[in-house]
Design a protein around this ligand. Sequence first.
Ligand SMILES: [Fe+2]
Length: 189
Amino acid sequence: MGITTYALSDFVRDLRAIAAGTTSYGAIIERVRPLAIRLAQSREWLQKRHYECDPAQGFGVHLLHEEPDHRLAVFAVAWLPGHGAPPHNHGTWAVVAGVDGPEKNVYWKRMDDGSRRGYAEIRRVGEEVIAPGGVVSFLPDAIHSVANETDRVTASLHVYGRHLNYTGRSQFDPERKTETPFSVTVQPT
Ligand SMILES: [Fe+2]
């Protein structure tokens, strides 16, 4: 089977089988990673409209699939030049594969014990650039930020255990040491 024959519907079928086969997030991530790369590279699903961004949030979120109960959400995400996402977690497992252009991921570590509501201390611990063919993945509490440091719109494929607006996940401000709810605006289809 050639790489171009791997369609979104094939990916969703495989995703369902993987999620039904184990409850281990680590195991799910390991199995989803190569398939996400394969789908990202096939580009069978990619349309011009997936490059549209919401100027207010600096990126565009395009829903490609979710189950009726919001599980197994697949998004195309486009990033405006010089923009990105603040430090955030996902509240579910996450796999992100590069589609078009490099995107910088900065990794953060939470330093406090999370016992003070709305308070969070995070420290920058590393970074990794993902480009087409590359993939990054996260357990539910892992924290990262994203930056498009190029001069054009970049795109990536995002796969989550649950639609991000239904996980109760957070964004973090390292300067102000705050943790607040983080939902995204999804582009109309
Ligand atoms: Fe993220």
